[in-house]
Design a protein around this ligand. Sequence first.
Ligand code: FMN
Length: 224
Amino acid sequence: MTQGFIDRKRLIEAFQFRHACKQFDPERVIPAEDFDTILEAGRLSPSSFGFEPWSFLVIQDRALRQALAEVAWGARTQFPSASHVIAILARKDLRWDGAYLREHMREVKGLDEAAVAARIEKIRAFQQHDFRLFDCPEGLFDWACRQTYIALANMMTAAALLGIDSCPIEGFNRRDAEAILARHDLLDRRVWGLSVLVAFGYRSQPAPAKTRWPLNRVVRWVGG
Ligand SMILES: Cc1cc2nc3c(=O)[nH]c(=O)nc-3n(C[C@H](O)[C@H](O)[C@H](O)COP(=O)(O)O)c2cc1C
C-alpha cells in the first residue's frame, strides 16, 4: 500500500469494474448503509464556489419509476431492475443577486453581511464577464447541471468501490420527465430542473469489455 486510502491497482480495478450497467439483478437490494455512503459521496462533492446546486431525489416508488421510464428511452431496462434510482436535480436560481446564494453563504459558509456582499460582487463578475452565463437563456441552469455531473461521477465511483453497479442516464425527454415530477409535487420548475438520472444495483450479466482511446491519444503534456 502506498500512502493514501487505497492502492493504485485496486483503484483502477474499481474504475474498470464500473460500467454502464443495462440490466440489474432485480432480486438484489443495496444495503441501506452502502446506499447512504453513495449519497454522502454526492453530498461531499465539490461545486463551483461551493454552492451545492443540487438535490438528490431517490425514486423508489415503482409506479413513478415506470412513468419516468416511459419518457426515458435510456432507462427502459435499468429502471425496472435497479435497486435504487436517483433523479439529480439542478438549481435554476443561481444568479449572483438571488436569494439562494445569500442563504448558502450565510447558513453554510457562516459569512457576515460584509463578506457576503464582497463575495456577491466576485460572483457577479464571474457570471457576467468570465463565463458569460447570461449570454444564452439556459446558461445559468447549464452551469448548475455541470456541477451535478461531478456529484454523479463521485456517486458512481463510490458505488464501484463498494462493488455496486450503476448507470448514468441522460436518455430522457427533459420536458416530459420534469412534467411528471412536477405533477407528483417533486419538482418546483421555477427553482429546479432535471439534470441527469442514475440507477444503482447489481449486474445480472457480465460487463462488456471496456473500449477507450489509449492514454497518449487523450493526454498532452506541456513541459515537465
Ligand atoms: C452523462 C451520461 C449519460 C448517459 N446516458 C445513458 C443512458 O441514457 N442510457 C444508457 O444505457 N447509458 C447511458 N450512458 C452510458 C454511456 O453510454 C457509457 O458510459 C459509455 O458508453 C462508456 O461505457 P462504460 O460506462 O460502460 O465504460 C450515459 C453516460 C453518461 C456519462
